[in-house]
Ligand binder design. Structure first.
Ligand SMILES: C[S@@+](CC[C@H](N)C(=O)[O-])C[C@H]1O[C@@H](n2cnc3c(N)ncnc32)[C@H](O)[C@@H]1O
Length: 423
């Protein structure tokens, strides 16, 4: 935290590295490092922005909460920077992916994973002699039955892996190559394509997992291992029992909630052109019977996003009540129509009991052009200029009877936060 002198007025500001955040926002790159690319979850946040926020707004050993964890970006960045993390998501696919990507493996576990990869390669290279097996009758049963039975045979081999973290890593690899073969592909993938993808990506996965795990293991704090909690829950149902004794140590909520007015297919792949399939759930053997609006906080056709903002207010008001001390909320949110949705979002946060932290340097928001994503096509109407905004808030608190609204009271609040961190 630093003192700033603007127009002769002393103001207090966090040491938020606006410049670095601005350059990270300018990057349109996909993150290829750590375990981020091991599953392409829709609308993943920029890990570069997440990293800068974690390094600057928290201290090693703190706890970070992500109530909409999706593909696990916050979890991976938190653990590899020596912070503990509690993640939750309504989507069981997101919970699986977060857990599998972000759980570091020790050297023995990496060895077990390597052995499984070798045995799976032997099985796959024999694909011509394999007869299609009976596979569950899911939607689109006629698309690439041979390739799908190969996936089920691979899946069967993971059952023998006793260690849960290794088994999840193996399933993640199967999910990744299945996604690369099926999702958004125009043609039905052949078994040979699956075999080639496995050869190409299995070593890459092991290398990434090894590097990520060594980074996490070297960052363990106070001789205590770091922890990762993944909870499958509606963010609105998170309560003190989910946070347990740790709730006093949550210093940052870092997340990206569903975007207002955007229909992202968090729970479907598209095969054979644009036909939606629940194949990822079938592969993992988890329940998927939800409608298209289940994971978007609001229905597809709600021009003013009323339900979306109502639910957002409830969720953030509840989080504020459940975490009794001060913390920061950093959110990355995209708006297809920022000209009015941004203000709606700000007003919702205000109603939920939060104040925005401004960039005292030039009062400009950190904005990122959304890199080309498939959900672009789901804007209604699509204006082709979607932007992601970084928004920082902190809860309004009553301190000696005063609500923190002015700069001087803001100073008081930051002192409270420093006190909390020293404990
Ligand atoms: C924009 S994505 C999060 C992406 C994530 N930050 C990442 O980097 O991969 C939003 C997530 O919110 C989840 N979600 C939607 N409604 C929810 C709710 N009511 N409670 C918890 N999670 C919800 C969706 O399943 C989706 O995974």
């Amino acid at each position: 935290m630093i003192d700033k002198n603007i127009d002769g007025k002393q103001m207090l500001s966090f040491r938020i590295p606006w410049k670095r955040l601005g350059s990270a926002a300018a990057s349109q790159q996909y993150a290829m490092e750590l375990t981020h690319p091991l599953y392409r979850y829709p609308a993943m946040m920029s890990p570069y922005i997440a990293r800068i926020l974690i390094q600057n707004l928290t201290q090693p050993g703190d706890i970070i909460l992500d109530p909409f964890c999706g593909g696990g970006t916050t979890a991976i960045e938190a653990l590899s920077n020596g912070r503990n993390v509690i993640c939750s998501d309504l989507n069981p696919l997101a919970c699986f992916v977060t857990r599998a990507k972000a759980t570091p493996l020790n050297s023995k576990e990496i060895l077990t994973l390597k052995k499984w990869v070798c045995s799976a390669q032997i099985l796959l290279h024999n694909w011509r002699n394999i007869h299609p097996i009976q596979i569950p009758q899911i939607d689109r049963p006629f698309v690439a039955p041979k390739t799908r039975s190969l996936i089920y045979l691979l899946k069967d081999t993971t059952v023998k892996i006793k260690n849960a973290a290794v088994r999840h890593a193996a399933m993640l690899l199967i999910l990744r190559i299945a996604q690369l073969s099926f999702d958004a592909s125009r043609k039905s993938p052949s078994p040979l394509r699956l075999v080639k993808l496995f050869d190409k990506y299995s070593n890459d996965m092991i290398r990434k997992m090894q590097f990520y795990s060594s980074l996490c293991n070297s960052r363990g704090m106070y001789k205590r291992p770091l922890f990762l909690d993944v909870i499958k829950s509606d963010a609105n149902n998170l309560n003190q029992t989910h946070f347990g004794i740790n709730r006093d140590r949550i210093s940052l909520i870092l997340t990206s909630p569903p975007y207002p007015g955007v229909h992202v297919l968090y729970h479907r792949w598209q095969i054979d052109g644009r036909k939606e399939t629940s194949l990822p759930y079938e592969i993992l053997g988890i329940h998927n019977g939800f409608g298209p609006s289940h994971f978007t906080l609001g229905p597809r056709h709600d021009d003013f996003n009323e339900q979306y903002f109502q639910r957002l207010i409830e969720i953030y008001a509840r989080l504020r009540n459940n975490i009794s001390h001060d913390f920061i909320v950093a959110q990355i949110v995209a708006f297809p129509k920022p000209q009015y949705q941004l203000n709606q979002f700000r007003s919702a946060m205000n109603k939920a009991g939060y104040l925005e932290l401004n960039n005292f340097n030039n009062n400009k928001s950190i904005v990122r052009e959304v890199p080309h994503r498939r959900w672009y096509t789901y804007f209604s109407p699509c204006n082709g200029s979607s932007k992601e905004f970084l928004l920082l808030h902190h809860p309004k608190r009553f301190d000696g009877g005063f609500e923190i609204t002015s700069d001087s009271q803001f100073r008081l609040w930051t002192k409270t936060l420093q006190g909390f961190r020293r404990r």
